[in-house]
Design a protein around this ligand. Structure first.
Ligand SMILES: Nc1ncnc2c1ncn2[C@@H]1O[C@H](COP(=O)(O)OP(=O)(O)O)[C@@H](O)[C@H]1O
Ligand SMILES: CC(=O)OP(=O)(O)O
Ligand SMILES: [Mg+2]
Length: 404
């Protein structure tokens, strides 16, 4: 079964094609047959990168809409050096990461007109993500007609959070109107939860995990026996820890102050907190942890402050997940920072030494994939998992595709 996976970001469009043969799913993520990425670096310049069997093609696209970009990207499946299909009709099903699924969806769902309408309705709550997801779905409709499409929701993994974790302490009627904590990055938290249990060789049902998805966007989840019982993101992906360009949680009275005292519009405040805050807001230059770590070496004081704030807020969030769980068997690191920054992991783990948590420094410095990097005598395990959101989406498509 050939499965096309779409993972849309606010300024990127990632896609890959899996070819799953045989009766059962492979135990480990197979290499995709084809991988495509479009990055919109500036307002008017997009670049496409296609990878097939070691061949990498880099194609400048100039000014191009997401819909047109997707058409160009899919064209590389059937033409040129990156051709892997004779006809796009060979694709059996397409799966999309949809960031906001509201309270409706607790699992992956075949996309029907009502499902599409719901994703559209939720654009207001995830304006950087859901519109991009919808454009991907519509592009496939235009190019591949009635190909079955599946929505895999980032909110679904958190749908069993207890009410006490989901409700905000504001008049209850707002909860009834949908203003509640949903949680995000669930595809990653869910996949890494399963994988961590495999790596630890223990039944998931008996594990208390704190999963730390640290990418551009960052969130933590408290996972008890495989169920997310709390998480740091809330109504939108803006709540929680400090991120690359997002503030995470700040005193809501700051917004009231801005609304009263400045001429800033809602849109301007939104852009400031989502795109100009976090690590980038403090350094004034970059929200990329690689840049921060290098700038600290060069004596950049703002980079050092940004780093200290990021680590402090991360440790505070781990503390709150710990409080929700009432204990922890393993801390799980994933995402671009979680998988690749020995310094972030070391600093966070050092702060948790009082729990009897001890990192194996040599292992940590190598950033091994899918590996327990705690020392043998550590009271808490520490696991790095290479998150595989695309593969998690493909697995859901495979199950739903079989049932179609
Ligand atoms: N070697 C590295 N050291 C530290 N941070 C890294 C490294 N490689 C990637 N990163 C961080 O990972 C981030 C991207 O994470 P990723 O999970 O790929 O992001 P996204 O949220 O876009 O999916 C970059 O902004 C960068 O901060
Ligand atoms: C939900 C979310 O914040 O996603 P990302 O980190 O990919 O922007
Ligand atoms: Mg990501």
């Amino acid at each position: 079964m050939k499965i096309l996976v779409f993972n849309a970001g606010s300024s990127s469009q990632k896609s890959c094609l899996y070819d799953l043969t045989g009766e059962n799913l492979p135990p480990r993520p197979p290499k995709p047959l084809w991988k495509g990425t479009i990055d919109w670096m500036g307002e008017d310049s997009a670049e496409m990168k296609i990878q097939v069997n070691g061949v990498v093609e880099q194609i400048p696209l100039g000014t191009i809409s997401r819909q047109e970009g997707i058409k160009r990207m899919l064209n590389t499946l059937t033409t040129g050096k990156t051709k892997v299909l004779d006809d796009l009709g060979e694709i059996a099903i397409a799966g999309h990461r949809v960031v906001h699924g509201g309270a409706e969806y607790s699992q992956a769902t075949l996309i029907t007109p009502p499902v599409k309408a719901k994703i559209q309705e939720l654009c207001a709550l995830a304006p950087a993500h859901n519109p991009a997801n919808l454009q991907g779905i519509e592009a496939i409709e235009q190019i591949l007609g009635d190909l079955p499409q599946v929505a895999v929701f980032d909110t679904a993994f958190h749908s069993q959070m207890p009410e006490a974790a989901a409700v905000y302490p504001i008049p209850y009627r707002y909860y009834e109107q949908g203003i509640r904590r949903y949680g995000f990055h669930g595809i990653s938290h869910g996949y890494c939860t399963q994988r961590a249990a495999e790596i630890l060789g223990q039944p998931l049902t008996q594990l208390k995990l704190i999963t730390c998805h640290l990418g551009n966007g960052c969130s933590l989840a408290a996972v008890d026996g495989g169920v997310s019982i709390n998480t740091t993101m809330g109504f939108t992906p803006l709540e929680g820890v400090m991120m690359g360009t997002r503030s995470g949680s700040i005193d809501p009275a700051i917004l009231i102050h801005w609304a009263r005292e400045s001429a800033m519009t809602g849109e301007e405040i939104n852009a400031l907190l989502n795109k100009e805050a976090g690590l980038k807001g403090i350094t004034g230059v970059s929200g990329d942890m690689r840049w921060i770590e290098k700038a600290i070496q060069e004596g950049n004081k703002q980079a050092k402050l940004a780093w200290e704030m990021y680590i402090l807020r991360l440790k505070m969030a781990i503390g709150s997940m710990l409080g929700a769980l009432g204990g922890v068997d393993a801390l799980v690191f994933m995402g671009g920072v979680g998988e690749n920054s020995p310094a972030v992991r070391a600093e966070v783990c050092q702060g948790l030494g009082f729990l009897g948590l001890r990192l194996d420094g040599e292992q940590n410095s190598r950033s091994p994939r899918d590996c327990d990097i705690a020392s043998p005598d550590s009271a808490v395990r520490v696991v790095i998992v290479q998150t595989e959101e695309d593969w998690a989406i493909a697995q859901d498509c495979w199950h739903l595709g079989k049932a179609c």
